[in-house]
Ligand binder design. Sequence first.
Ligand code: HEM
Length: 179
Amino acid sequence: MKGIVFTEFLEMIEDKYGYIVVDQLLTESNLPSGGTYTAIGTYDHSEMVTLVSNLSQKAQIPVSELLRAYGRYMFVTFTRSYRPFVDYSHSAFDLLKSIQHYIHVEVKKLYPDAELPHFTVEQPSDNQLHMYYESERKLSDFAHGLIEGCLAHFGEKAIIRKTNLVDDGSRVFFEIVKE
Ligand code: HEM
């Protein structure tokens, strides 16, 4: 998993709870990397699972809510660090339709070792979008937050329904209906 995912996560915690909590979390988590992440480095995905579940216990917030909040936060980061990928689209649906064949393709060119999910997207009507998420990393709550962040960026409102297609969360269906 790319370092940017870790550095931004720790930044979000620092914004919300202060650096002391970040410091405690890193110390208590016993991470193989030692918790010193650089944005372009690559680290084991299990370290993110450890950090999120330890913070969940500490802050008494469910893992799913933390990942979703993190997705919303991360989209704002993307609008700064990867502006051209965001400006390529003129609406939330345009951007969500471009992840699989454009954004994540470019991400893979920049970071060949990036581990990305697979999306299949269908648009049954102007105000409806169907997204099928597939990933062994089971980060659909993070995807949920990114979708919310994307809608907020374009000033659009929609209802998002999320359904697990398999129990372990590796295949998930999102139905997005614009208001
Ligand atoms: C400008 C927009 C975007 C950029 C630059 C971007 C880039 C990235 C990067 C760098 C990673 C980390 C890869 C790794 O750790 O190896 C990632 C992962 C991910 N991205 Fe995107 N992304 C964008 C938009 C989105 C959106 C809108 C969604 C959701 C619908 C999304 C869904 C995900 C998910 C769920 C992951 C976690 C990995 C997994 O589930 O397997 N991305 N993306």
